[in-house]
Write a protein that binds this ligand. Structure first.
Ligand SMILES: N[C@@H](CCC[C@H](N)C(=O)O)C(=O)O
Length: 286
């Protein structure tokens, strides 16, 4: 099975072209195997690029633990780059089908290759009743929830971009990785908190100014990653909801920067950032 390793500001996945080859029989198991950083390719998960009847391509996304997510922002930019650069559809504007519907993507192309991608990530979902995949018992997404943590209490604001996110605004200390890494300690507690029966992605955000933040992420199903695109979109929305930021945001993540805007005109969140192909390879199949 041919694969391509790609990343969006360090959020790396193994991509499989299922338009031109047979899809894997067990994508969850394959994701666990390829993601292993010692015994596999090494990645935050697996993304399948599939044919679509409604769009130029359809993406399916699996976390490193094999769980399937509805959406992946950094992955979507890479899927769009793959679809363009590998000739599946060569237009500068693409439509990609995801777990949250068909999203529109604009490519910045240099010497025939997509280098930067702007995605209309759709409207944030701020009532759990509107999330198609919500199970009974999911929390209302626009209500702060309180957790115990080593420094006292932590409040999170929940936002869905198709997949669920909990955003905590914190101080500088949370940005430091190392022995006493707060994200590694508290992240899994939030991910698996009883309030979130489907688990959740957790983001820890330091606000520098109304237009600039630094954030770190603990991802549902993959742990600490260098970036999370849907997470950065949810941070932009949570910042507006809490009055801490404006609608345009530059987010610094460990793997690089993303530009975000929650548009007043159409209520959609726009995310702009790079997409990078690293290498291709062959994964043995039985
Ligand atoms: N890194 C992604 C999000 C991947 C899915 C997430 N872990 C989930 O389970 O919802 C992004 O860039 O959005």
């Amino acid at each position: 099975m041919r694969f391509t390793k790609m990343h969006g500001i360090g959020n790396d996945y193994v991509y499989v072209d299922c338009v031109r080859q047979k899809p894997p029989a067990d994508p969850a198991g394959l994701s666990r195997a390829v993601s292993d950083r010692h015994f596999g390719v090494g990645s935050d998960g697996l993304i399948l690029i599939c044919p679509s009847e409604r769009a130029d391509a359809r993406m399916r996304m699996f976390n490193a633990d094999g769980s399937e997510s509805e959406m992946c922002g950094n992955g979507l930019r890479c899927v769009a780059k793959f679809v363009h650069d590998h000739g599946i559809a060569t237009k500068p504007r693409l439509a990609i089908e995801t777990g949250r519907g068909v999203l529109t993507v604009d490519l910045e192309v240099q010497s025939g290759k997509a280098v930067r991608v702007r995605v209309n990530m759709g409207e944030p979902i701020l009532e759990s009743a509107k999330i198609p995949t919500t199970l009974p018992g999911d929390p209302p997404v626009n209500v702060p929830i309180t957790f115990d943590h080593p420094q006292g209490q932590l409040e999170v604001t929940c936002v869905s971009m198709g997949n669920p996110h909990a955003v905590a605004f914190v101080d500088e200390e949370w940005l430091r990785a190392g022995d006493r890494d707060l994200v590694a300690t508290v992240g899994p507690k939030i991910e698996n908190h009883a309030a979130f029966p489907r688990r959740i992605n957790a983001h820890f955000v330091k606000v520098h100014s109304p237009n600039e933040v630094t954030m770190r992420t603990w991802e549902r199903g993959s742990g600490i990653t260098l970036a999370c695109g849907t997470g950065a979109c949810s941070v932009c929305v949570a910042g507006v909801l809490t009055g801490l930021t404006g609608r345009k945001l530059l987010a610094h993540l460990p793997g690089g920067d993303l530009e975000l805007e929650w548009s007043e005109a159409d209520n959609c969140v726009y995310m702009t950032g790079p997409a990078t192909e690293v290498f291709t390879g062959e994964w043995p199949t039985a």
